[in-house]
Design a protein around this ligand. Structure first.
Ligand SMILES: NC(=O)c1ccc[n+]([C@@H]2O[C@H](COP(=O)([O-])OP(=O)(O)OC[C@H]3O[C@@H](n4cnc5c(N)ncnc54)[C@H](OP(=O)(O)O)[C@@H]3O)[C@@H](O)[C@H]2O)c1
Length: 265
């Protein structure tokens, strides 16, 4: 299937590893002009080299930007103005995560930080880049949410709340941006083997004195497909939703989770 990405302008926030990097690799392989953004120049350079090697293609350009900072929108919009004359076709926001904690142990600061990490970071990127997307061709936004927004996990209450907030953002913006031709969708991953999870499993392994593999096997038990997802499996849905092949899809939140979220909707 030709996903029609040749020459299209794609910006991925959170593109230096994990699901964002896996999506960047597919976009590059499909011939898109890609910029990856994250906090670390070193991580970005390593990702760009890896992607170029894997695809035998042009390495993605990169931009250092911390989306938890108030000036993040300006940094992203300036890059799009400088590189592409202020027009953008695809925005992917792939920054976020949880805090494993009981409700009683979370402070106001924990709640605010997790809100900034998951919700405000996404709001900032979209708000700053909406004018550029409105000038783009078949423009699309894809946000990474979480299966936990539809089936809350124990001991992850802050991100359960904030990822559910992204569902509201997604649905509302899809209606608001339709007049500018911008489609807005969300991909909700289940447990996926990115550094987010491998680091968590390593910490649990050190704390509990058991092998990482045993921990991952335990967390696979309630996944109907019986295993963690690979970043490429989530990225494939991100890329498809961003492509003109999904031209009649907007306001949707699609789980790619091995079946873990058991709700009907
Ligand atoms: N993996 C899972 O099991 C899972 C499950 C449900 C939902 N999700 C969601 O899917 C999305 C991607 O997850 P992932 O597993 O790929 O995460 P990850 O492995 O932690 O990767 C996150 C990416 O975001 C960048 N990043 C982190 N903080 C940033 C900041 N403040 N500003 C800019 N960039 C930042 C990281 O790069 P630098 O360190 O270089 O900044 C990296 O490129 C997240 O929204 C996550 O909540 C993941």
């Amino acid at each position: 299937m030709n996903l029609e990405f040749a020459g299209r302008r794609v910006l991925i926030v959170g593109g230096s590893y994990g699901i964002g990097k896996a999506a960047a690799q597919i976009f590059v392989a499909e011939g898109a002009d890609v910029v990856i953004a994250s906090r670390s120049a070193q991580n970005l350079e390593e990702a760009a080299t890896e992607i170029a090697t894997a695809t035998s293609g042009k390495p993605p350009a990169h931009l250092v930007c911390d989306v938890t900072q108030p000036d993040a929108g300006e940094v992203l919009a300036d890059e799009v103005a400088r590189r592409w004359g202020g027009a953008l076709d695809v925005l992917v926001t792939a920054v976020g995560g949880s805090i494993r904690s009981a409700f009683a142990d979370l402070s106001d600061e924990d709640w605010i930080n997790n809100y900034t990490f998951n919700v405000l970071s996404t709001v900032r990127a979209i708000r700053a880049l909406e004018p550029a997307l409105a000038k783009g061709s078949a423009p699309a936004i894809v946000t990474l949410g979480a299966a936990a927004s539809k089936m809350p996990y124990q001991h992850q209450i802050a991100s359960n709340v904030h990822k559910a907030g992204l569902l509201g953002l997604n649905k509302t913006l899809a209606a608001e941006f339709a007049a500018s031709g911008i489609r807005v969708n969300l991909v909700a991953p289940g447990r996926t083997l990115t550094p987010l999870w491998t680091n968590r499993a390593d910490k649990m392994s050190a704390d509990e004195g058991r092998p990482r593999e045993e921990i991952l096997a335990e967390f696979s038990k309630d996944i109907p497909l019986g295993r963690f997802g690979q970043p490429e499996e989530i990225a494939a849905m991100v890329v498809w939703l961003a492509s003109p092949k999904a031209s009649y899809v907007t306001g949707q939140a699609i789980n790619v989770d091995g079946g873990i979220a058991r709700g009907l909707l």
